[in-house]
Design a protein around this ligand. Sequence first.
Ligand SMILES: *[C@@H]1O[C@H](CO)[C@@H](O)[C@H](O)[C@H]1NC(C)=O
Ligand SMILES: *[C@@H]1O[C@H](CO)[C@@H](O)[C@H](O)[C@H]1NC(C)=O
Ligand SMILES: *[C@@H]1O[C@H](CO)[C@@H](O)[C@H](O)[C@H]1NC(C)=O
Ligand SMILES: *[C@@H]1O[C@H](CO)[C@@H](O)[C@H](O)[C@H]1NC(C)=O
Ligand SMILES: *[C@@H]1O[C@H](CO)[C@@H](O)[C@H](O)[C@H]1NC(C)=O
Ligand SMILES: *[C@@H]1O[C@H](CO)[C@@H](O)[C@H](O)[C@H]1NC(C)=O
Ligand SMILES: *[C@@H]1O[C@H](CO)[C@@H](O)[C@H](O)[C@H]1NC(C)=O
Length: 534
Amino acid sequence: MELICRLAQFAVLFLFARVVNSQDNFTQPIVWQDLADIDLIRVNETFYYSASNMHFSPSAPLLRSWDLVNWEFLTHSLPALDQDYPKFDLEGASAYNQGVYASSIGYHSQRGLYYWVGCLQGTGQTYIYAAREPQGPWEEASVISDYCYYDDGLLIDDDGTMYVAYGKWVPNGADAKIWVARLTDDLQHDVGEEVFQSNEEIQYIEGARFYKINGTYYIWLVNHHSEIGKGQIILKSSGGPFGPYDSWRRVLGSSGNPIPGASSPLQGGIVDTPNGDWWYIAFVDMWPAGRYPVLAPITWDDDGWPSVVFDGENNWGSSYPYPLAKHETKPLARKDDFTELGPQYEWNHNPDNSKWSLDEGLKLQTATVTDDFFLARNTLTHRILGPNSTLTIELDYSSMESGDMAGLALFRYNADLISVTKQENGTSLQMIHNITMDATDGWHTINKGEAVASTPLNGSRAWLRAQAINSGNQVTGTFSYSTDGVEFSPFGEMHNSLNGAVYFLGTRYGIFNYASKELGGSVTIKSLEITQGE
Ligand SMILES: *[C@@H]1O[C@H](CO)[C@@H](O)[C@H](O)[C@H]1NC(C)=O
Ligand SMILES: *[C@@H]1O[C@H](CO)[C@@H](O)[C@H](O)[C@H]1NC(C)=O
Ligand SMILES: *[C@@H]1O[C@H](CO)[C@@H](O)[C@H](O)[C@H]1NC(C)=O
Ligand SMILES: *[C@@H]1O[C@H](CO)[C@@H](O)[C@H](O)[C@H]1NC(C)=O
Ligand SMILES: *[C@@H]1O[C@H](CO)[C@@H](O)[C@H](O)[C@H]1NC(C)=O
Ligand SMILES: *[C@@H]1O[C@H](CO)[C@@H](O)[C@H](O)[C@H]1NC(C)=O
Ligand SMILES: *[C@@H]1O[C@H](CO)[C@@H](O)[C@H](O)[C@H]1NC(C)=O
């Protein structure tokens, strides 16, 4: 009898746990957007997530969460890519695929300052930005001109000393090296040492994250070689921050596909909660849509090595119980009337800030005279959401000048767009198909595209819509338009994002206005609405 009672008690507890779990589970990815090269910190109750965004500006997006699952865009750690490198301004030359790579954030409690540290690809220099409040203002605090701390991880030690672990881009795996540098109080390179050299067993490593946990220094690196086992290689020091790093493990390894159609998780950062639990956010490759974050709990063994809590099949789960009480954040898919330009947007390269304003909508003056979408300044972008999403703009085109093109694009290193095109003889809606950049030699435009559809437009307002469909290994898109905001007609041909090259970003929506004859015209985006489909 007693046994039966106990069994019944167990069953009730078990069921109760199941019910609580299933109500409070989250599913992967935690954010359906391309936010790679995660660095993760917690300051008191708040978590911060920093990501790379290459040639988009402002740069190094910073997100905020209170439960590790729901994230909102907070700001960017770099207000612009204005680091004395003219290509970032898209003035006749471009810096596609350069700019912000894996970089790092930290909170310096003694100084009360948040720091961002990263090497900007193209400049070959390391930049440090600092802010008193995470939402900014972020300001340049130092330029370390002789060092590119490639894929760096920042560690702020208990005594406030700052260290950076970093790599160097080398073509061949087994001789990859990792360095540690100590910074001076005024944020310059003080001492640097090579602390680890890879080997045949480990192969190529990069993407350092640098932690001190229970007094032990760890460097977390990524290995992309799937034949050996993608995932994190973790170095452990038996001494101080400079090592010796005399033990390593391949842990938090990738196993399983928490997002169907995407790769296994490979690279990320860890953080503890106020309760003392540890969690890991890694990204999965889902090209050409980009790299998407997945979250899993980790546990530590008695020797101080971590491992991911896998599901029953010994894989990364596609669902886990919430780490902490659910805490809603600003929705990522929403309607925007442009009372402000939110941190969910980024410009393609640095904008010309004299050519846009908020005035009953987002007013875009033409900023470039060009016939090349990829060289036009002031294209405002938004990441596609997943798996499917639409973006609709309401466009007032009454102030365009002859020769201007304004509208909506889907692009990676190839673009398709629909454009309100003003010419001497009137205004039309056009679809320009197959605008393409060269993927092997400098990312310059090799095909300016061709008009594959055209229809005359009357009046002064049109609604343009793009739908992006991310099927895991393909991103396609369709376009439509409306003259009343209610009835939409499909228009032009399908977009299909190219995926044949090392271009580190996923497909984006782009809203553009450029001139082919002379500057002076403008359009106003009265509203923008994003919807996210399951
Ligand atoms: C974190 O919490 C402590 C204790 O409440 C407080 O003194 C400190 O100001 C907080 N730090 C930040 C950055 O909010
Ligand atoms: C740190 O040490 C404490 C006390 O020994 C232990 O309870 C805890 O699990 C350790 N944490 C990690 C992350 O190893
Ligand atoms: C919730 O997550 C747990 C742990 O990963 C898993 O075992 C369970 O199946 C999930 N529940 C649901 C309803 O997905
Ligand atoms: C204006 O002329 C161009 C070139 O002949 C033509 O392609 C376009 O359709 C015309 N636009 C309108 C609105 O008639
Ligand atoms: C698109 O442009 C590229 C580069 O010029 C070309 O190789 C390809 O054939 C074009 N595709 C179509 C469908 O026109
Ligand atoms: C624009 O006006 C012309 C002439 O009145 C008409 O033929 C055409 O259908 C209208 N086009 C649109 C898109 O409303
Ligand atoms: C995304 O859209 C496509 C095309 O409309 C549809 O076939 C597919 O079922 C959608 N995917 C999801 C996950 O809803």
